[in-house]
Ligand binder design. Structure first.
Ligand code: NAD
Length: 308
């Protein structure tokens, strides 16, 4: 049985935080252009057609337009070969104006992920898919973070949710969301448990959490009776059910139990996009200032260790 909290939960909305980030990015673009004489570009590479990712891509390109970044769509057809994907990435890599590259996932089955990772410059990998950036994250150094995981934790931090010493449960262990979100929560000094599809008795684990981040891709997976009263919930899930967009959390049963929750839509999603743009400007600045030599595959890594 769920024990209702006294007040309606606080809604952690991504929109206002995203607007603040975009404002800063727009100012950064103006400053960058004044200093370097060009506007940096973000290239979005799409191989084949995938309807949900097309919507996501257009939001990224719209986001670029809103802050003055040069957003470029590089479309390769369903029939594109590995060699063509490699050639497209090499062309982008050779263009000094292109500061960041995103390759839309999922790739068609004919194009192994390795094809992209072997070519993608980690210094332009602004969505943190390259193993070098994943390794930097796991060691506690500053690389590029996967934008969605970054957004899921940033929404907590910017909303003033206390994480230090609290028990955070992450549901999902994908390389793009669950795993990096867990590492970022550790960086915030939370005590972290990661659940996944083989976890036995998910409810009993989730019930011990002060903070729950759900990224499972299962509509309504987490329900109110699985949560500790007063817990804080971040719903990363984006699922199309009929005509509606719903999260991985059953909002109706969860809202009376928790103290704060991200809505879907309007929570993590808008923030992901703005954070990606901020990553692009960081990449552009690093490259323009020569802090990290292009093509040398070596990173200047400011030390920011996670205490063990
Ligand atoms: P994924 O399919 O790669 O990974 C899902 C994870 O959930 C896996 O680790 C799996 O073990 C776990 N899982 C699945 N069923 C489970 C269950 N019953 N109990 C416990 N764990 C379970 O998905 P992903 O790419 O990590 O995406 C997760 C969700 O986040 C999806 O809904 C996706 O659409 C959404 N997403 C949102 C954004 C955003 O900007 N908000 C961006 C990317 C993905």
């Amino acid at each position: 049985m769920t024990i209702p909290t006294e007040a309606a939960p606080r809604l952690l909305r991504g929109g206002p935080i995203a607007a603040t980030i975009r404002e800063q990015v727009a100012a950064d673009v103006v400053e960058f252009r004044t200093e370097h004489g060009y506007v940096p570009a973000l290239a979005v590479v799409v191989v084949g057609r995938d309807a949900p990712s097309a919507v996501y891509l257009h939001k990224i390109l719209d986001g670029c337009g809103r802050v003055g970044i040069d957003g470029r769509l590089v479309e390769l057809g369903d029939e594109a070969t590995q060699a063509e994907v490699v050639a497209a990435l090499r062309t982008l890599d050779a263009d000094p104006v292109v500061a960041g590259i995103i390759v839309q996932m999922p790739l068609p089955p004919t194009i192994p992920l390795r094809t992209v990772i072997d070519i993608l410059d980690p210094l332009r990998d602004i969505d943190g898919i390259h193993p070098l950036n994943a390794g930097l994250l796991s060691l506690g150094y500053e690389g590029f973070l996967p934008a969605t995981a970054h957004a899921a934790v940033e929404i907590l931090v910017r909303s003033g949710i206390e994480l230090e010493g609290r028990h955070a449960v992450v549901v999902g262990r994908s390389n793009v969301v669950g795993k990096p979100a867990a590492l970022l929560l550790l960086r915030q000094h939370a005590t972290v448990t990661v659940c996944h599809s083989h976890t036995r008795d998910l409810a009993s684990v989730v019930r011990t959490a002060d903070v729950v981040v759900v990224a499972a891709g299962r509509p309504g997976l987490v329900t109110g009776d699985m949560l500790k009263p007063g817990a804080v919930v971040v719903d990363v899930g984006i699922n199309v059910v009929g005509d509606a967009l719903v999260g991985d959390v059953d909002f109706a049963s969860v809202a009376p139990v928790v103290s704060a929750i991200t809505p879907v839509p309007g929570g993590v999603g808008p923030l992901t996009n703005a954070i990606l743009l901020s990553h692009l400007m960081r990449a552009a600045r690093d490259q323009a200032q020569g802090l990290v030599p292009l093509g040398a595959r070596s990173l200047a890594v400011p030390v920011q260790e996670i205490p063990s």
